[in-house]
Design a protein around this ligand. Structure first.
Ligand code: 2P0
Length: 331
């Protein structure tokens, strides 16, 4: 099945209809996975091998404005006009093509991202989620959250989780059309929980998560261990969230991230997202923990770390990581 078939299934008679408005704007928060999505069972539809669970970063994310244009597409990122043949523009335009099949429609897309793009800081997730929300307004589709999550997934898997604040679970599903692979908000608040963004490296990563994911699935001798590990971690995280057990949350998220990076490193040829600064920061976290401070980290497809801690620990975290950007997901 192709992405456009899924779009037709969701839009039904609205497929191919003209937009209701000339422009629309939407915001979507960035999300950080505590149980990671790593590996697809269907690359065209971004269907995952495992379910995953994330926390959204409140008001940090992407704001996307989309407006109709007369003659040609235009893309700007943080106010800068992008050439249409960059990877960024191509991915975005290919996604827009799903919604203008057979119509002579052109768009101007202005994407504003609070997160550095391509640095393993969840920029594509919030970018595609904001775009889908903006398209829903522009065309006046009136889609429900589940349908929006499925459409966002077609742009980028992790975007399916960026439509809500707080904790979000993406169900892997098992249907080949992916209609059971969508995310949903988990109704739990945890006001004292903090996420610290440790931006150690802003440069674009050398290999995209899409490529790295594919290589891991195809070549890591350990990939078979990933599904049972992620399934178990997901159960622990859900239990930790329900009972507000911070040690269980932090230790599970950290181990899950390290297991994902171990898989990635064992790909052939190998991929290592960490830089020296990443490893130093990991040792600092472990040292703080050995001294009794409850702090954990998670790491996505890049060199940066995200710290997990409770508000009481903020001062100690600030001393150890002066540059950290602190976010209160429920603040
Ligand atoms: C996640 N990541 O769960 C994992 C952990 C990065 C590390 O989802 O190919 O940009 O667009 O579906 O969503 C990053 O991969 O990949 C990602 P595609 P995506 O957040």
């Amino acid at each position: 099945m192709k992405a456009i078939d899924v779009v037709q299934l969701i839009l039904k008679e609205r497929f191919g209809a003209k937009p209701l408005h000339d422009e629309a704007t939407a915001f979507a928060p960035a999300n950080i996975a505590l149980c990671k999505y790593w590996g697809k069972r269907d690359e065209a539809l971004n269907l995952p091998v495992t379910s995953s669970l994330s926390i959204s970063l409140n008001n940090q994310g992407a704001t996307t404005n989309i407006r109709l244009q007369k003659h040609r597409d235009e893309v700007t990122l943080n106010g800068e006009l992008q050439s249409l043949d960059t990877v960024f523009s191509q991915r975005l335009l290919r996604f827009l093509d799903l919604f203008r099949e057979g119509c002579d429609l052109h768009f101007k897309v202005d994407a504003q991202s609070d997160m550095p793009v391509g640095a393993g800081l969840a920029s594509s997730a919030c970018g595609f989620a904001a775009l889908v929300l903006a398209l829903n307004q522009l065309f006046g589709w009136g889609l429900c959250e589940r349908e929006l999550s499925i459409l966002a997934r077609l742009g980028s898997g992790s975007a399916s989780r960026s439509l809500w604040d707080g904790f979000v679970k993406w169900h892997a599903g098992n249907r080949s059309d992916g209609m059971d692979s969508f995310a949903e908000h988990l109704p739990y608040e945890w006001p004292s929980l903090c996420v610290g963004l440790c931006v150690l490296f802003k440069q674009q990563k050398s290999i995209s998560s899409r490529e790295a994911m594919k290589r891991t699935v195809q070549t890591s001798p350990f990939y078979a261990a990933w599904k049972p590990t992620a399934d178990q971690d997901l159960l622990c995280l859900e239990q930790a969230i329900q009972s507000q057990d911070f040690e269980l949350l932090g230790s599970t998220a950290e181990s899950n991230a390290l297991a994902m990076h171990a898989l990635i490193l064992s790909s052939r040829p190998p991929i290592l997202y960490s830089q020296c600064e990443t490893v130093t920061a990991m040792h600092t976290v472990w040292h703080l923990r050995a001294q009794g401070l409850p702090v954990y980290f998670t790491q996505d497809a890049g060199a940066n770390l995200k710290l997990l801690f409770l508000k009481d620990a903020s001062n100690a975290i600030r001393q150890a990581f002066p540059e950290v950007e602190m976010i209160e997901p429920f603040g």
